[in-house]
Design a protein around this ligand. Structure first.
Ligand code: 2PG
Ligand code: MG
Length: 502
C-alpha cells in the first residue's frame, strides 16, 4: 500500500487535525509530545512478532525469554527454567546432565515460539488476553502441555499481558485486576524465607523452607523491613551460636543444624531484635510475625510410605523413618507450640499423592494446609482437593520453574497461561481457600507474580529470601506498587487467608 493510500484509508489528515485541536484545548505545555501521544492512541496495538531466546535463571540454568513486538513497542517476559538445586548431596555429573537436557528443551521451546507461536499470534490485539491464551493453548492440545512446554507458553502469555497493560495505559497489576474482574486490589503478605533446608540447601534439615509471615505489619513496606531485619539478625545469631545454617542467598556451610527445634529457636531469638520505627516488637506476644513452613515432604519420602527425616544425612541413626501419623504428631506437638511460636501455615506436609494424610491434617483445623506438589496448580486436582477437603490453600506456581516443565512426557505444574493462572485463583477463592502466589526456587528476574498477587488479591506471596536479584525483583515491584498507590493501597495483613476484593 502506498503512503497516500495508507493516509486515506486511516483518515490521518483528520486525525492529525483532531490531535492539534486537542493540544490547543488542553493548553499543553509540550504540544509536539501531546500530539505524538494522541496519534499513538489513534492507532490500535497489534502483535507483529514474537521472538524467544535462551537466558539463564537464578540457578544459572537455561530459561526462556520472550520479546513480544507490537506495532508500538516491545514487551519482555521470562519463565524460570530450573527446579531446585540438588543441594550438597547432588552429584555434579547428574547436575550437568540435567542442565544439558534442559538446554536442549529450552532450545526446542525457543524454536517453537519463533515459528509456531509467533505465527499464531501475529495480528492479534494484546488486550484480548483470553483469546491470545486460547490461541497458545490451541497449539498444544496435550493435557500436560508437553508439546510446547508450559514455560514457553507462560513466557509468551505474560509478555502479551504486559503489552495489553501498556496499550490500556494502566499499571500491569491493574490490567490483571481487570482480567480477574475486580475493581480494587490488595498488597499480599509476603512469606519471606529465612532458613532453607531440604533440596534447597546444603545442610541436613529435612524441611525445605522456614518463612516468616508479617501479618501484623501495617504495610507491605513494614512487612519487608521485618523480613529483612529477621534475616540479617538470624545470620548474626547463627554465627554466635556457631550454628551452621543455610541462609538463603549465602553459600551453604557445614550441615550442622540438627533439627527443627534448633531452627525454631534461631528464628525466635532472631526475630525479637526487630525494631520498626524505633519500637522493638515481640513477635510471639503481638502476633506480628507468624511462621509458615514448607515441608516439600515428598522429597524426603522413603518408598512413598515413610518419611525419612534424615534423608540428607550421610550418617543415619535409623530412628527417623516416620509414618504419616508420626508426621502429624510431629506437626501437632512440634517444638513450635512448646516455644509458643505461631505456626500458621504448612506447605506440602506429605507426599504429593498422599491425599488421605493431607486431609487428616487439614480436618484438624490447626492452621493453613497448602497444597503445592499435591495440587500442581492443576484445576482437576484442585477440584478434587476442594471436594475432599484435602487441604485449605493453594500454592500457585504461576511461574513454572521446574526444569521438567520443558521436558516431554512428564506431569508437571499445569498453568501455562495468565488466563489459567487467574482461573485457578478464582477456583481456590470460591472454595474460601487461602492463595499463596509462589516463585520458583530458580527463578528469573521477571516480576510477573508480584503484579499477579496484587491484581488477583491473592493475599499471600512467596518469593524467597529478602536477598538475591531474582527474589528481590518481586518484593521490590510490590514496594513500588504500594508506593504508587499511596493512601489507596491496602495491605492484606490479618486477612492474609481470606483476602478478596470487589
Ligand atoms: C516450592 C518452590 C519455591 P521449587 O517448593 O514452593 O520455594 O521451590 O521451585 O524448587 O519447587
Ligand atoms: Mg513448595
Amino acid at each position: 500500500m502506498s503512503v497516500q493510500d495508507y493516509l486515506d484509508r486511516h483518515q490521518l489528515s483528520r486525525k492529525i487535525e483532531e490531535a492539534v485541536n486537542a493540544a490547543v484545548r488542553a493548553k499543553s505545555s509540550d504540544p509536539a509530545l501531546f500530539i505524538a501521544g494522541h496519534m499513538r492512541r489513534a492507532t490500535s496495538a497489534v502483535i507483529t512478532r514474537v521472538r524467544a531466546r535462551q537466558i539463564l535463571d537464578g540457578h544459572g540454568a537455561p530459561a526462556v525469554e520472550v520479546e513480544l513486538h507490537t506495532n508500538k513497542a516491545v514487551h519482555r517476559a521470562s519463565a524460570a527454567g530450573a527446579g531446585a538445586p540438588e543441594g550438597a548431596a547432588a552429584g555434579a555429573a547428574r547436575d550437568a546432565e540435567r542442565r544439558k537436557n534442559l538446554a536442549r528443551a529450552v532450545a526446542d521451546a525457543v524454536r517453537v515460539i519463533n515459528d509456531k507461536v509467533s505465527e499464531a499470534l501475529v495480528g492479534m490485539d494484546p488486550q484480548q488476553q483470553t483469546q491470545i491464551d486460547q490461541a497458545i493453548i490451541d497449539l498444544d492440545k496435550s493435557r500436560h502441555k508437553v508439546e510446547l512446554g508450559a514455560n514457553a507458553m507462560l513466557a509468551v502469555s505474560i509478555a502479551a499481558c504486559k503489552a495489553g497493560a501498556a496499550e490500556k495505559e494502566v499499571p500491569f497489576y491493574k490490567h490483571i485486576a481487570d482480567l480477574v474482574g475486580k475493581s480494587s486490589s490488595m498488597l499480599p503478605v509476603p512469606a519471606i524465607t529465612v532458613i532453607n533446608g531440604g533440596k534447597h540447601a546444603g545442610n541436613v534439615l529435612p524441611v525445605q523452607e522456614l518463612m516468616i509471615l508479617p501479618v501484623g505489619a501495617k504495610s507491605f513496606e513494614e512487612a519487608m523491613q521485618m523480613g529483612s531485619e529477621t534475616y540479617h539478625n538470624l545470620k548474626l545469631h547463627a554465627e554466635h551460636a556457631r550454628a551452621k545454617v543455610m541462609l538463603p542467598g549465602l553459600e551453604p556451610v557445614l550441615p550442622m543444624l540438627p533439627n527443627m527445634a534448633w531452627v525454631a529457636v534461631l528464628v525466635i531469638t532472631g526475630a525479637p531484635a526487630i525494631t520498626v520505627d524505633g519500637t522493638t516488637h515481640s513477635r510471639t506476644q503481638e502476633g506480628v510475625l507468624s511462621l509458615p513452613l514448607a515441608l516439600a515432604a515428598g522429597r524426603g519420602t522413603k518408598g512413598g510410605k515413610k518419611y525419612d527425616l534424615e534423608f540428607k544425612s550421610a550418617k543415619k541413626s535409623g530412628q527417623n523413618f516416620k509414618t504419616g501419623d508420626d508426621m502429624i504428631e510431629i506437626l501437632i506437638i512440634p517444638s513450635f507450640s512448646v516455644l509458643e511460636y505461631p505456626l500458621v501455615s504448612i506447605e506440602q506436609p506429605f507426599d504429593k499423592d498422599d491425599w488421605e494424610l493431607s486431609k487428616k491434617l487439614t480436618t484438624l483445623e490447626l492452621c493453613q494446609v497448602m497444597g503445592d506438589d499435591l495440587l500442581m496448580s492443576d484445576p482437576e486436582r484442585i477440584k478434587r482437593a476442594v471436594n475432599e477437603y484435602t487441604c485449605n490453600a493453594l500454592v500457585l506456581k504461576a511461574s513454572i520453574g521446574s526444569s521438567i516443565c520443558f521436558l516431554k512426557n512428564i506431569h508437571a505444574n499445569q498453568i501455562g497461561t495468565v488466563t489459567e493462572a487467574i482461573e485457578v485463583v478464582k477456583q481456590a477463592k470460591d472454595a474460601h481457600w487461602g492463595v499463596m502466589v509462589s516463585h520458583r526456587s530458580g527463578d528469573t528476574e521477571d516480576s510477573f507474580i508480584a503484579d499477579l498477587a496484587v491484581g488477583a488479591s491473592a493475599g499471600q506471596i512467596k518469593a524467597g529470601a529478602p536477598c538475591r536479584g531474582e527474589c528481590l525483583t518481586k518484593y521490590n515491584q510490590l514496594l513500588r506498587i504500594e508506593d504508587e498507590l499511596g493512601s489507596d493501597s491496602v495491605y492484606a495483613g490479618e486477612n492474609w487467608r481470606t483476602a478478596s476484593t470487589s
